[in-house]
Design a binder for this molecule. Sequence first.
Ligand code: SF4
Ligand code: SF4
Length: 569
Amino acid sequence: MSFSIQVNNTTIEVQEGEILLSALRRNGIKIPTLCYMADFAPSGACRLCVVEVKGKRDLITTCTHPVEPGMEVVTNSARVIKARKAIVEMLLANHPDDCLYCERNGNCELQWLAEEMHVKEKKFFSKKNTDQRDHSSPSVYRDPAKCILCNRCVRVCEEVQLVTAIEFISRGNKTRVNSAFNKGLNISSCINCGQCIMVCPTGALVDISHIEKVRSALDHPQRKPVAMISPAFAASVAEELGLKATDNPLGIITSALKKTGFAKVYDMALANDMNVILEARQLKERADKGAALPMFSSCCPAWISYAEEFIPDNLSHFSTVKSHHQIMGNLIKYHLEKEIPVEEIYTVSFMPCVANKYEASREENTRKGISETDAVISVREFLRMIRSYGINIKRLEAEKPEQPFINNSVAGQQMAYSGGKAEAVALQLHLMEAGKEGDSFRFTPPKNPGSRKEVKVKIGKKEYGFAWVSGIAEAQRYIDKLNQEARTDIHYVEVMACPGGCAGGGGQPVAGFANYEKSKNRKKASQDIEKSCKVKIAGLNTELSRIFSGTTETDQGYYTSFRQRDVLK
Ligand code: SF4
Ligand code: SF4
């Protein structure tokens, strides 16, 4: 049922039971918040969303208050603005005020609020947080001094990712966000997904940057840096910079990276195709031999970390195929070694993910002691990097990425979003079983990121069940359900740790409340780029057939060497 309420002397329509904050925002009325996150139960922690309501003595928080018939709300009175300004001034009381040196300078919600509230000087002074900065993680950097205790990271880590690597400790003015026992994130249960970075309003959580080490490699006379661009990365850059698929985003990124000094720039989509083919082979083998099913995808390193830490008994269900950037690093290093000594090749993958930084450092992702991937640059880092090189990407002419490894199928593109990989594996399996392209079925992602979907497909004489799910909490709920119901009709489950898949990855540009919308736009950008691929199925990529036929079993072993070392034994 809907009814009307008065807001700033204007009538607006609201829905019964609706939270006042949602109703105001839906009607275009801006209300500041720092703790609120859509789809989460409100916590009312920051109190910035206060308004006046006629008949109520105190200001009320709109995030915790449902709309009421006859309500008369004032969102911008002097009293409201004064209260909000005082909150921001208090948040700044112990802030380090080092905006100039902060990763989030210019994209910080606290900075924006201080500007909006016209905070011009430090009004309150309190003891600075002197807790040590945490550099220990390979993916996430924590600076407790910049934390405003908004609770967003804690909730995402617990409610979306089910990990609880960080939480509130102590009480009163000693309250802090920290990892267990104040030890580094590297020895916590953190899975390096970076979702906490995506929601942090300040520079308290940022990624461990690889920009400096890439710059050093670019300047090093004995290093030959080689760039590998993931399709999801290209789609995100396109979305961020307003490039259309017809502008050839990959070609423009190639051109930008050549200007920074990369001698060779490769498209990673072919490695995605290889990943799909190898997973489809393993799925068929398991189904034929009656091995443990469903098989879980293994291309998301944060999902692998979660499984190793929390559900190790399920590791036998995992595909053993490495992720595309590890496969690509391997392909490039051992393809180029004839012209460049392998120890001089420095592979840099461009990904929408921060868990890949951790993944690249894992021992099993080395060959003869040499890393397959030496550095990983997130979308955020790339955008900063090209700014620092003074490159105006919009004025660049697209250039072709390096040959070979230039061909790919739609499968190579569609791993960027939830459901894309499962569809690609199903099509590949059909090709393997029937020897020809199947009906073109399309796996549409669930309505909301961080949820799941199932589909049954007839392949040969068998019916296969495919499912795809994103967000670890949802994945865990799904596994529990499959186990409780003793289901045997699901053969393959694609799991992406980040809600919506890589389109919502932890290395994407941080967009605060627009994160969800941006993720949808990135998926659309990927799907627009896909349209230019003439080859629909990974197994029809003829370049890949040539690579497979020319590689030894040892080489192929490196694309599938098992990440879960215990299972490997
Ligand atoms: S990276 Fe992921 S798992 Fe680690 S603290 Fe952040 S949200 Fe939690
Ligand atoms: S680290 Fe960031 S997201 Fe977490 S409580 Fe502090 S300010 Fe909020």
